[in-house]
Design a binder for this molecule. Structure first.
Ligand SMILES: Cc1cc2nc3c(=O)[nH]c(=O)nc-3n(C[C@H](O)[C@H](O)[C@H](O)COP(=O)(O)OP(=O)(O)OC[C@H]3O[C@@H](n4cnc5c(N)ncnc54)[C@H](O)[C@@H]3O)c2cc1C
Length: 392
């Protein structure tokens, strides 16, 4: 995300906050959330605040949540506060965004307010720790819905034979959502042209140059940039963002790719080589992101999509996590605002339509921003060279 957008992002949380109704008398609904990552856990936390009966069903079995790291901006932290997630000792404070060219000359240096880099697993664990025990059910892979003749979903079916009845289902099962493909597919996923190689450095001390900085080096015009984000006192998430048409080696088999990487990073200023070569290179991940147009609504009947299942965003904007948390807050607030008893399908439809009306303009702006940043990254011109994509 560009630093200038961090402040603007706060507005969307503010809009959500305005919708909140304190002490509402909501009759609890049975809500089944499918997917137990950011969007699913945040939704469960918010809906439990309104005393709904919530269960979360996650495909993964263990506690290893995967992933590397991300930035929590002030508005995302505000959202986490509203969910009751304690953040005192969470992540690593990132006070400066420092963008440099391939020779190390400054392109942009900007202070960041109340922003932390965090390992994805730490965020997932914090969300989970804030949820009462017994709500998350793991090793539950969603297969499809059982519906009545009116097309209302009555039960979710999982691969181990579990059948879960609920009044409302929330699909929070990520970019390749099965809830979405089986119930309300909408526009198709498209691959994007840029790719990211992501990895994690672990060491006793973060290199001096990185202390409190999100450091990014760009070879503007060459279709490659490298970002380093401190994510704890002993970890740095790094990524190499590149245009594979110009850097096809990034798509080569693992051993060839790593051989290229070892050579390539030597050409970049300190501490790029120190961090990347000091990482467990066999655990890097090649992120091939996707793009998808927004649907006109995020629901059909009593099934609502949230997070990446509803609206994947390009990594250029780093807004996947924040948007998932906002979705959770928005649906909780809207249900509080409108529901005084278990709603009939028509009422739910109205609430979900309002959810889409509220969320789509915000998400459309982010999607378009991501596409613009990607296009500038892939096809830089003199005029656009100062617009630097940042991702984590
Ligand atoms: C393994 C992983 C690593 C990631 N690492 C990073 C990272 O390092 N940096 C970053 O910025 N973003 C990362 N992301 C993306 C980031 O988590 C999301 O963009 C954002 O937080 C929105 O979250 P989400 O809950 O909508 O989707 P996701 O985080 O993708 O979560 C979807 C969840 O649904 C579960 N699921 C999928 N299918 C089913 C099914 N059929 N039944 C039940 N459960 C199902 C998945 O196991 C997953 O836990 C990662 C995502 C994943 C899944």
């Amino acid at each position: 995300m560009r630093a200038s957008e961090i402040a603007r992002e706060a507005d969307s949380i503010h809009v959500v906050t305005l919708l909140q109704v304190q002490n509402s008398q909501v009759e609890p609904m049975r809500i089944a959330v499918i997917g137990g990552s950011t969007a699913g856990l945040a939704s469960a936390l918010r809906l439990r605040q309104s005393s709904h009966e919530v269960s979360v069903f996650e495909r993964r079995a263990g506690t290893n949540t995967g992933g590397f790291g991300l930035l929590l901006t002030p508005s995302v932290r505000q959202g986490l506060n509203r969910l009751g997630v304690h953040q005192e000792s969470m992540g690593y404070s990132v006070e400066q965004l420092d963008i440099r060219d391939a020779e190390g000359r400054s392109i942009l240096c900007q202070g960041l307010h109340d922003t932390v880099g965090i390992e994805r697993s730490e965020l997932q664990n914090a969300l989970l720790a804030s949820l009462e025990p017994g709500i998350l059910h793991q090793d539950k892979s969603f297969l499809g819905f059982e519906s009545d003749p009116q097309g209302v979903a009555r039960a979710a079916i999982f691969s181990d034979g579990t059948r879960v009845e609920a009044d409302l289902f929330i699909g929070a099962d990520g970019v390749r959502s099965r809830v979405r493909s089986s119930w309300t597919p909408g526009p198709a996923l498209r691959p994007v042209q840029s790719v990211e190689l992501v990895g994690m450095y672990r060491g006793d001390a973060i290199p001096e140059l990185l202390n409190g900085r999100f450091l990014k080096y760009c070879r503007t015009g060459e279709g490659i940039s490298i970002g380093l984000v401190p994510t704890s006192t002993g970890s740095v998430t790094w990524y190499i963002q590149c245009d594979p048409r110009r850097w096809p080696m990034i798509l080569s088999p693992q051993q060839e790719k790593l051989a290229w990487l070892r050579q390539e990073v030597q050409q970049w200023p300190d501490p790029v080589a120190e961090i990347i070569l000091g990482s467990e290179l066999n655990q890097t991940h090649l992120w091939r992101t996707t793009d998808r147009d927004l649907p006109s609504r995020f629901h059909r009947g009593n099934v609502l999509l949230v997070g990446d299942a509803a609206h994947p965003l390009l990594t250029f904007t780093s807004q996947g996590t924040g948007s998932a948390i906002e979705d959770a807050l928005a649906i909780g607030d809207l249900l509080d605002h409108h529901v005084s008893r278990t709603p009939d399908p028509e009422q739910l439809d109205g609430i979900f339509c309002e959810f889409s009306r509220h969320r789509i303009p915000i998400l459309r702006a982010r999607l378009q921003m991501g596409r613009r940043m990607q296009s500038q990254f892939l096809n830089p011109t003199r005029r656009t060279q100062q617009i630097v994509p940042i991702s984590s």
